[in-house]
Ligand binder design. Structure first.
Ligand SMILES: Cc1cc2nc3c(=O)[nH]c(=O)nc-3n(C[C@H](O)[C@H](O)[C@H](O)COP(=O)(O)O)c2cc1C
Length: 365
């Protein structure tokens, strides 16, 4: 791994190592994959405005998220089925996050269970991503298990009443391999067989469980069944950010699901400013989508995010080196962010404001 010095290095390496079934599942976006590319391009259209002679000899990347410290503001987005990348899957990523002092979000459709991840990283900060099912008792039991296992927040994903059209997954008929299972369903005798890779249709079966009738009133329901803070993930407009605030969420998570749902939806970094403006500090704001450098993290924080997350970079890290690979990805993000701070005259996250970025409208990207 010594020669891999940036996230794209890991991506290239992981592409060589992964089987086609897993690679296509991880890398694909919706339809023509325009937003998949634009999520990244948009970061590069925001340019840095550095300040000089500001004594940068003492810096810290530390910040507070939901009232507790993180070593730096880049955490792991929930991505499904991490054991496709490495036998330790979610457990390895959670351990990497814990050892680096940041947040790991566990997907509902993980290949390691809530209990396995809690056991692997008991002291790390962990949030649980929730899909709400027609069978509310199933969602409720997951929430209660997450609470019992020390997860600190529920991340309600609101952008996936159905899954987007990812062409390669249809062409190649993506299948969960027989040795894997959607581990969070093992507790439920009703669903556990269907969620095993031995049957092969686990993913399709999962779709049939999702509650497509979900509305904002279900956020109220969620708040009534758990004391954990609720974060809504998948917000892309100021209107929905306003609704989220009015329903009393702890965090608005600006995300387009890594461009896997709606193609030609805006890149996330471009909608962040209007959402920050709307929220006016009523709750925290997080962002993911196309974040591949510490400079991208810098820009999102400058534009008002409290914390930034990345999905695919940790799938590449996991593929290449398990826990050590994920840890190296985190170290790369942290070092790049710290260097960017040093070179731009920023010593702490609180100093990093929108004065440090500008939009280059002439860019061809
Ligand atoms: C392979 C894959 C699986 C994902 N699974 C989930 C999931 O189970 N739940 C969820 O809320 N988001 C899921 N996402 C979206 C991520 O949480 C995140 O929004 C996205 O990966 C961010 O974009 P990035 O990959 O460019 O960093 C998934 C994304 C990928 C790439």
């Amino acid at each position: 791994m010594d020669k891999l010095v940036c996230v794209p290095d890991f991506e290239k390496e992981a592409h060589k190592l992964l089987d086609n079934n897993s690679l296509q599942y991880y890398k694909s976006g919706a339809d023509d994959e325009i937003t998949l590319q634009e999520n990244k391009n948009a970061f590069k259209r925001w340019l840095i405005k550095p300040r000089m002679l500001r004594d940068v000899s003492n810096r810290t990347t530390k910040t507070m998220v939901l009232g507790k410290p993180v070593a730096f503001p880049l955490g792991l987005s929930p991505t499904a089925m991490q054991r496709l990348a490495h036998p330790n899957g979610e457990c390895a990523n959670a351990q990497a996050a814990a050892s680096m002092g940041t947040i790991f979000i566990l997907s509902t459709i993980a290949t390691s269970s809530i209990e396995e991840v809690a056991g692997a990283a008991p002291n790390g900060r962990k949030w649980y991503q929730l899909y709400v099912y027609k069978d509310r008792s199933l969602s409720l039991s997951m929430i209660q298990r997450a609470e019992k296992c020390g997860f600190e927040a529920i991340v309600l994903t609101v952008d996936a009443p159905y899954f987007g059209k990812r062409r390669s997954n249809i062409r190649d008929a993506f299948k969960l391999p027989p040795n894997l299972r959607l581990a969070n369903f093992q507790e439920s005798s009703k669903h556990s067989d269907a969620m095993s890779g031995k049957i092969g249709s686990a993913f399709a079966y999962h779709d049939t469980l999702l509650d497509q009738s979900l509305t904002w009133k279900d956020v109220k329901w969620l708040k009534s069944v758990t004391k954990l803070p609720i974060i809504v993930k998948g917000i892309m407009t100021s209107e929905d950010a306003e609704l989220a605030c009015s329903f009393g969420v702890a965090g608005v998570f600006v995300s387009n699901h890594g461009a896997r749902q709606i193609d030609t939806v805006n890149p996330t970094i471009d909608v962040l400013p209007e959402i920050v403006k709307q929220v006016k500090g009523r709750c925290e704001i997080y962002l993911d989508g196309g974040v591949t450098t510490g400079g991208d993290v810098f820009k999102a924080i400058a534009l008002g995010a409290n914390m930034v997350f990345a999905g695919r970079p940790f799938l590449w890290g996991l593929t290449v080196g398990g826990e050590a690979g994920a840890q190296k990805i985190l170290q790369i993000f942290k070092d790049e962010l710290d260097l960017m701070m040093a070179l731009t005259g920023v010593s702490s996250m609180s100093e990093l404001t929108s004065d440090f970025v500008t939009k280059d409208w002439k860019s061809h990207l």
